[in-house]
Design a protein around this ligand. Structure first.
Ligand SMILES: [Zn+2]
Length: 347
């Protein structure tokens, strides 16, 4: 009997591949992604070949490996040049939108309104917005809004709301991102970043810059601060790939969305987030406990009742810390989210 490498017999080999065929991509038992979605359901996409999750949920490393495999496919002609070009353009576009979150001044656009650009500019000017004065990222966001509410499915009220209410929010977020870039802070979890955050809240970029400089001078080690970054021209090319902006196809109606919006699934109310890292082992100072007690006494009976209802001591402490943090900085998004987590739990 001939030896089959890795198998005891031909029968065993056959049975093995018969059983395995159920689980390969395309088979009835192929692995699905299974990532938990914000809607509370799980992702039903097939997992990428050789990965645990789909392209959307696999994370950057899986996406990088997927691109490498696609590249090999291009060389062996199992992936067409057109498919490769489309995928590369999409990746470039994603890279740009991610980079915009860090620096909204980077040039580029993800939507090209073509001949309608003038109509868009006029429409924005009527609402008192100078499109050329916006950061490229914010202007791009506004173009998508215009397409949605003026072209795709005209709704004057939604467009007005977008410009009057949402645009200032977008701009404030962009201004904050620019301030971070100007401070040269890349990692926001460090001491310098926290000092800068407090200073930014108290009084603008100059104060924050002074705080960061003082901290650098005191520590003597430039931990995460790179003052040159952001001061260089942001015009250097972001990726070697061209970003192909979305554009209406000439000849056709072009504006694709025709069906009514599907109703959004209700959001899952998050509980209080789990603390990151190991629990604190250092005993809490009497100072901190006294301060937390002070905070608890200052709040109303409703919050005190919430505190009483928490069974575990360490959870109570966490509750008090989140409460104090929120009381000290009501406009801090993270503190607000943590506090709302507790409120949701007791509703
Ligand atoms: Zn998925």
């Amino acid at each position: 009997m001939p030896r089959i490498p890795g198998f005891k017999s031909e029968t065993q080999r056959e049975r093995f591949f018969e059983g395995a065929s159920l689980y390969v991509r395309g088979g009835p038992l192929a692995r699905t992604c299974g990532a938990r979605l914000r809607t509370g359901r799980t992702c039903t996409q097939l997992a990428l070949a050789g990965e645990a999750r789909c392209l959307r949920h696999g994370g950057p490393d899986a996406a990088r490996r997927f691109r490498e495999r696609q590249k090999v496919g291009l060389e062996t002609e199992s992936v067409s040049p057109d498919e490769w070009a489309r995928a590369e353009a999409k990746r470039a576009r994603n890279a740009l939108t991610w980079a915009w979150r860090k620096d909204p001044r980077l040039p580029g656009r993800t939507i090209d309104l073509g001949p309608d650009e003038a109509a868009f500019a006029t429409s924005a000017a009527d609402m008192g917005v100078d499109v050329d004065g916006l950061y490229p990222a914010v202007a791009d966001w506004l173009r998508w809004r215009w397409r949605r509410h003026q072209k795709d499915r005209p709704d004057a009220a939604r467009w007005a709301r977008g410009v009057q209410e949402e645009l200032p929010r977008q701009q404030a977020a962009a201004d904050a991102a620019v301030a971070w870039v100007d401070l040269g802070i890349t990692d926001r979890r460090t001491k310098a970043a926290r000092a800068a955050k407090a200073a930014l809240r108290a009084g603008g970029v100059d104060g924050a810059r002074a705080a960061v400089e003082a901290l650098r001078a005191a520590s003597g080690v430039p931990v995460d601060v790179n003052m040159r970054k952001g001061l260089d021209s942001p015009a250097e090319p972001l990726t070697p790939l061209p970003v192909r902006p979305w554009t209406a196809r000439p000849g056709s109606e072009g504006w694709k969305r025709r069906d009514a919006d599907r109703k959004k699934a209700p959001k899952v109310q998050p509980g209080p987030p789990k603390p990151i890292g190991r629990p604190r082992r250092v005993p809490d100072t009497p100072d901190e406990l006294a301060a937390l007690g002070e905070v608890l006494r200052a709040v109303g009976p409703q919050v005190q009742a919430m505190h009483e209802a928490i069974p575990r001591q360490e959870d109570r402490l966490r509750f008090l810390r989140d409460l104090a943090e929120y009381a000290n900085a009501p406009d801090d998004a993270g503190a607000l989210r943590r506090w709302l987590g507790w409120v949701n739990r007791f509703r």
